[in-house]
Ligand binder design. Sequence first.
Ligand SMILES: [Fe+2]
Ligand SMILES: [Fe+2]
Length: 159
Amino acid sequence: MGKQARAIVEISLKDLVKDLTKAYADEWLAFYLYWYMAQTVSGKMYGGVREALNKIAKDELEHAQELTDLIVKLGGTPLANPMELEKNANAPYMMPPKNTADINRIIRIVTEAEAEAIEVYNKLAKKTFGKDNVTYQLVTHILAEEVEHEEMFESLLER
Ligand SMILES: [Fe+2]
Ligand SMILES: [Fe+2]
């Protein structure tokens, strides 16, 4: 990011990088959780859930990538050590259910994680609106996808 690009950001870059780092950690934890549950889910009707988990895991990995690109552009350094992900995240890692056939529990875990993500990105959107339009654009793009994820899993629960 060039001199002028930095100069137009009306909030503390350090603060912004900190917020984006927390969101970045969240995305990795979500990716790992969803990906893990996609590989291990079992029982009747698991097929649709596996497919949905794989799809959103891919989205979360993409969010991590988009966030890290921005962190670098803003002059920050993304977390190099995976051990640091959980302590930097907005929420602790949610353990997948021991019973891999517990589809309802899996769906609840995902909808809870998505609700948390929606809150995080909505706060970031409010914070950056009109103050850092580049970050605003990215966080609202991610927010829209988290909204879709929540809906996707809520609709599975209703079946
Ligand atoms: Fe995400
Ligand atoms: Fe999501």
